[in-house]
Write a protein that binds this ligand. Structure first.
Ligand code: NDP
Length: 269
């Protein structure tokens, strides 16, 4: 990815990922690969949009002819507030990552995308999942997993934030005082600790040898969470899996038809 353009300097295009910062995003490469695979003459770009400027930016991009945008950190909740048409399944998430500008519609492809990756990774139905974190992404993930029948439990650095999250969703989900990996099939890291090169210290020796360590963060190098789990000999997957899955769902939501999943995944570094 070659950086991002501030939205006020945006050239006409068809789709974009908006965020702040967003220069690190791999979405443009992935969607361009999809268009090439399908022979579509469409342009996908990355635009830096400060949070308070999102409504103004969306209006300007609509006038420039943009059909849709993905929203990433820190815009997903503001995208939810902007959308006028939100499908039933996405309404409870309180955050959207995919918008259609022509009719102010929005959907959340992160949550169903995560379930797609569970299927790809052959996570058994009803598996025990420990979710680390209580931010915007964790909220969508805990709801999606609970709805899909997984035995999910949550741990968060600030327990009160996890309590607020679970209470606001009105879910019956256990909150742990500290992460305990015993008896867990999958550990999902939905904290942002890795963004500053940190990992929440976990005792991998308590985990089953077949546990799956799943980081939602992605980076060229192994993330701190992935590196720790791999050192303990555990199976790992990073946020590329979710990036590709949510991107494939956004592609279909905007354009219809089957997404070229293989080409999209292959476009990620
Ligand atoms: P938020 O800022 O909303 O939430 C941050 C969470 O991380 C909070 O629970 C916070 O705990 C916790 N946290 C922050 N620092 C630490 C630390 N040093 N140790 C332990 N916990 C910490 O972030 P998001 O929910 O938006 O994103 C979470 C992660 O998911 C990010 O890394 C993001 O990149 C990734 N993501 C990846 C996607 C993909 O496509 N691959 C899609 C969406 C998200 P506390 O409550 O105590 O502050």
């Amino acid at each position: 990815m070659n950086g991002a353009t501030y939205w006020r300097h945006a050239e006409p295009a068809d789709f974009a990922v908006l965020g702040d910062p967003v220069g690190h995003s791999w979405s443009p490469a992935m969607h361009r690969a999809a268009y090439a695979a399908r022979g579509l003459d469409l342009r996908y770009t990355a635009l830096q949009v400060p949070r308070e400027e999102l409504p103004e930016a969306l209006e300007a991009l609509t006038e420039l002819g943009y059909r849709g945008v993905n929203c990433t950190v820190p815009l997903k909740e503001d995208a939810f507030a902007w959308a006028e048409r939100i499908d039933e399944a996405s309404r409870a998430y309180g955050a959207l990552n995919t918008l259609r500008l022509t009719d102010r519609a929005g959907t959340n492809t992160d949550a169903p995308g995560l379930l797609d990756t569970f299927a790809d990774l052959a996570v058994p139905q009803g598996a025990a999942v420990l979710l680390l974190g209580a931010g915007g992404t964790a909220r969508a993930v805990v709801l999606a997993l609970h709805r899909a029948g997984f035995a999910v439990r949550v741990a968060n650095r600030t327990r009160a934030n996890a309590e607020r999250m679970i209470a606001s969703l009105d879910l019956d989900v256990p909150i742990l005082d500290a992460p305990d990996l015993a008896g867990v099939n999958v550990v999902i890291n939905a904290t942002s600790a890795g963004l500053s090169g940190e990992a929440w210290p976990l005792d991998w020796s308590r985990s089953h040898p077949d546990v799956l360590a799943y980081d939602l963060l992605y980076a060229r190098e192994p993330t701190p969470f992935v590196a720790d789990a791999a050192r303990a000999g555990r199976r790992t997957v990073d946020g590329r899996a979710l990036l590709a899955a949510q991107g494939a769902r956004s592609f279909s939501w905007w354009l219809g038809g089957e997404p070229p999943r293989v080409e999209m995944r292959a476009a990620l570094p």
